[in-house]
Ligand binder design. Sequence first.
Ligand code: ADP
Ligand code: ADP
Ligand code: ZN
Length: 218
Amino acid sequence: MNIILLGPPGAGKGTQASRLVESRGMVQLSTGDMLRAAVKAQTPIGLKAKAVMEAGELVSDEIVSGIIGEALDGLGAGTGVIFDGYPRTEAQAHSLDAILADRGRTLDHVIELDVDEDALVERITGRFTCASCGEGYHDSFKQPKVEGECDKCHGHEFKRRPDDNEETVRTRMAEYRAKTAPILPIYEARGIVSRVDGMADMDDVTAAIAAILDSSKS
Ligand code: ADP
Ligand code: ADP
Ligand code: ZN
């Protein structure tokens, strides 16, 4: 099964993707995570992407579609994939069709996390992750169970993204509205879009997504 999680910054794509990885053994392909790794490693792609990401603008379609193709090539044919943060433009949506077709994969679901824009700024500015395992947390909505200690790996170091500030979030939201939301009709025409209330509690969002994925099994 191959699915896209679609939604503006802070909608909960990463949170839900990592739960699907745990519950279903799917693989999460997050272009944001891959780009951040490239920036950290100072690869040629990372050097190009750094300033663009810090400004909250979109990295070029060629770069992100290239890294998605490479990432898919590293996976077994039967591995289910969650696309998190990709595609984000019409050109990327068309590239993904070609990339999947080349590898004999089909897109089963596009799940749109529907959220209230005002809530996103609070979600983004309160977001932090474990520096060792990447588990996601939030100042108000999901603190570690033991203060200062990661629930998952018991690490003690956490980090915040340089682009998770109010000004950059506004740019990222505008980019989403202008370039990403318009790709939905492509998938609507194929009858594969489902909407989930992303303002619900994390566990309820997880349950709603599970119901969508399970409904297509029968
Ligand atoms: P995205 O990957 O779409 O940018 P994240 O999954 O990183 O979003 O979520 C953004 C922040 O909001 C994180 O700090 C996360 O813990 C928190 N969060 C995610 N889903 C919910 C939810 N349903 N309710 C409240 N907070 C949430
Ligand atoms: P969020 O979780 O807040 O939605 P991401 O981690 O997906 O954000 O992306 C962070 C940044 O990385 C984006 O603002 C953009 O600069 C870049 N990026 C990630 N994915 C893409 C993509 N598919 N196309 C272009 N730029 C991307
Ligand atoms: Zn951890």
